[in-house]
Design a protein around this ligand. Structure first.
Ligand SMILES: N[C@@H](CCC(=O)N[C@@H](CS)C(=O)NCC(=O)O)C(=O)O
Length: 251
């Protein structure tokens, strides 16, 4: 019997990429929650498989040669799962390069820029004390979100998916882009992107994967609340020293 893949996960866009992929690929999996607002990402057991103290990560008990393997970084995980199953990741080299381009476009652009837009919108401490001071950052990252939606709008003008057939590039991009409206984006300006979102959202496996860990999900904590302070302590102001200390205190 196939042993389930362990998915180290929290229900954020980066985590949901992998639950969606596992559903699409019909691979059995178990969720291993990593409560990033509480500092689980610094636990030595997790750091051993994800040394950048970020989720998602996976352990596949039946990796290459039938032996266990761990993988961190969502793009590496998606490529691994695509190669393992032969699904949503073409084997033809030209088609594969196109998928890689858009997959890496996602992890190098969409994730970081949407992530920073979310940070300054939901977490930056000056939001409470002095909202004017972070206006530049909010504008900067919302503009980047807007620019990236524009890139997608052009790309999708004459195709249904980012790179050939529906692929791991779409799976990686979907959980971030479907929440673009949160960053003051008017999706009426991006009809091709909205149609792409609707096309992907209608897939049964996407519905299932996007609901993974629903019981763990909460609204971003209110600015200034105790919960926000705990999350801010775990998540922000990380330095080499603070990460090393957090790992030590979890030993
Ligand atoms: N490039 C990474 C990004 C992963 C990432 O940023 N994960 C965030 C949650 S969305 C995280 O684990 N944060 C924990 C922390 O900041 O300490 C990937 O694509 O896997």
């Amino acid at each position: 019997m196939t042993q389930p893949i362990e998915l180290y996960f929290w229900p954020t866009p980066n985590g949901l990429k992998i639950s969606i992929a596992l559903e699409e690929m019909d691979l059995p999996y178990v969720l291993k929650p990593v409560a990033i607002g509480k500092g689980d990402q610094f636990k030595p057991g997790f750091m051993a498989i994800s040394p950048n103290n970020r989720m998602p990560a996976i352990i596949d008990p039946e990796g290459p040669g039938g032996q266990p393997i761990s993988v961190f970084e969502s793009a590496a995980i998606l490529q691994y799962l695509g190669r393992k199953t032969g699904r949503f990741y073409p084997s033809d080299e030209r088609q594969r390069i196109e998928v890689d381009e858009w997959l890496i476009w996602q992890v190098a652009n969409v994730g970081p820029m949407f992530g920073q837009a979310s940070h300054f919108r939901n977490y930056a401490p000056n939001l409470v004390d002095d909202p004017g001071r972070i206006a530049y950052a909010v504008t900067r990252y919302n503009n980047e979100v807007n620019r990236l939606l524009g890139v997608m709008e052009l790309r999708l003008a004459d195709r249904d998916f980012l790179a050939g057939d529906y692929s791991i590039a779409d799976i990686a991009t979907y959980p971030w882009v479907k929440i673009a409206h949160v960053f003051n984006q008017d999706m009426a300006n991006f009809p091709q992107v909205q149609a792409w979102i609707d096309r992907i959202a209608a897939r049964p496996a996407v519905k299932k994967g996007a609901a993974a860990g629903a019981e763990l999900r909460r609204r971003p904590p209110a600015p200034g609340s105790a919960e926000q302070k705990q999350a801010a302590k775990a998540l922000f102001g990380q330095t080499a020293t603070s990460v090393r200390d957090a790992v030590k205190s979890n030993q």
